[in-house]
Design a protein around this ligand. Structure first.
Ligand code: SR1
Ligand code: MG
Length: 407
């Protein structure tokens, strides 16, 4: 019989004391449940004398955001833990170190990163992260390149694909991102004031075609091992350091899904800026900073990815002249399409982004929602035509002025 049960605070504390070398016998531990995500319990265990601390993360057998009526496999805890270990190996220091795990209890004890803040919160507070683009560009380049057929023995890669089959988490994405925003669904959630936008999403067949193409890619392409949910709530940050957390949606999928997630969440914050900064010049400066970050994320990713390719490509046919160019262009197109679809879901779907949702002024919130949707739709509709990052940025600039036309 399985030993699985959700841990109490005391159990999380006792387990940490028992299985880790970190705390000595005289430790005085305290424990708080700090999980504010949609799916898991997260315990923060601290020794009040030494200030040493760890995180105990345990999966629940259902989606916390909805309740027990939405069952989820506990295997996602194993996937998350194995992915953290893989990401640590490929990009040391970019994710929390795993100290201990118990797959039956669906839990992992890992490094505490409380000296960092969740990036979404940091952005809302107006903080600046000058090294973020470099860090995340390198993280994505290394994790995606080294888990792809470009760099892996193809038989070993297929073995690895088997380990990371993640059907329940993928189904969440398939439903919440690639279907429900485009039809009536009980799980959609938005203010009645943007009903016109929601209705337009349901009837725009040109948009549906592009979403169907992106959905097919998400369903069928095992290009690389993805984080699978790389939004700014899955990133811990300081001005000097970037740490990626929460890869429980990880699976082998299209690389552009991870890159697009980062771009989408920077753009969601970009759309929210007038809701947080009322003074015109300061708001424009912040908007420019965010657009620069978007461009820099892509440029850093591309730079590192090309360098890894030159240095470490294993696949014989991938050396064919012209193939790298084509590959990178397709990655940019996919990233744009996935970014757009992720922006749309955060406005009308089940799970939103605090950058926009917590704007107090209703008119500014509505303005941000409409702007995010306009940018999102433009990226989705035009993604297959984009051939450079400047074309991507031009689409954002046009959409910010209200234009979504075909390029
Ligand atoms: C039911 S989970 C809702 C969302 O939260 C996660 O962060 C994923 O983005 C998922 O779609
Ligand atoms: Mg998460």
């Amino acid at each position: 019989m399985s030993s699985y049960h959700p841990l109490t605070l005391d159990e999380a504390m006792q387990l940490s004391q028992k299985v880790l070398d970190l705390f000595d016998a005289n430790s005085e531990l305290t424990c708080r449940e700090i999980g504010d995500g949609n799916l898991n319990l997260v315990f923060h265990v601290t020794d009040i004398n030494s200030s040493k601390s760890v995180i105990v993360k345990q999966a629940l057998p259902y989606a916390k955001i909805v309740g027990e009526s939405w069952p989820l496999s506990l295997d996602r805890a194993r996937i998350e833990r194995e992915l953290l270990q893989e990401e640590y190996r490929l990009c040391p220091g970019s994710v929390p170190e795993v100290y201990y795990y118990d797959d039956e209890l669906a839990l992992t004890i890992m490094e505490d990163l409380s000296d960092h803040v969740i990036m979404r919160k940091g952005l809302i507070e107006g903080n600046h992260y000058p090294l973020f683009a470099k860090h995340i560009g390198q993280f994505m380049a290394r994790t995606l390149f080294y888990t792809s057929d470009l760099a892996m023995d193809q038989s070993l890669k297929k073995e690895s694909v088997k380990k990371f089959v993640n059907p329940d988490q993928c189904k969440i994405t398939e439903d919440l991102i690639f279907e429900e925003p485009y039809r009536i669904s009980e799980r959609n959630s938005y203010s009645p004031i943007i009903e016109d936008e929601a209705e337009a999403l349901r009837t725009d067949t040109e948009l549906h075609l592009e979403i169907a193409i992106l959905r097919e890619k998400f369903l069928t392409q095992t290009q690389a091992l993805l984080h699978g949910d790389l939004h700014t709530g899955s990133i811990f940050i300081t001005p000097e350091s970037t740490k990626v957390i929460d890869p429980e949606f990880g699976y082998y999928g299209p690389m552009g899904f991870d890159i697009g997630a980062v771009l989408a969440n920077l753009l969601l914050h970009y759309a929210s800026v007038p809701g947080w900064i009322s003074e015109g010049v300061a708001a424009a400066t912040r908007e420019e900073e965010l657009l620069d970050m978007v461009q820099d994320v892509w440029n850093e990713f591309e730079l590192h990815f090309r360098a890894l390719w030159e240095q470490d490509v294993q696949d014989y046919m991938a050396r064919t002249k012209g193939y790298q160019e084509l590959y990178i262009t397709r990655l940019l197109q996919d990233s744009a399409g996935f970014a757009g679809s992720k922006m749309i879901r955060r406005i009308v779907g089940l799970a939103h982004a605090a950058d926009i949702d917590t704007i107090e002024d209703a008119a500014l919130r509505e303005q941000a929602e409409r702007k995010a949707l306009t940018i999102g739709k433009s990226l989705v509709k035009n993604h297959r035509q984009i051939t450079s990052i400047s074309e991507f940025m031009n689409l954002i600039s046009d959409a910010s002025k209200g234009k979504v036309g075909q390029r």
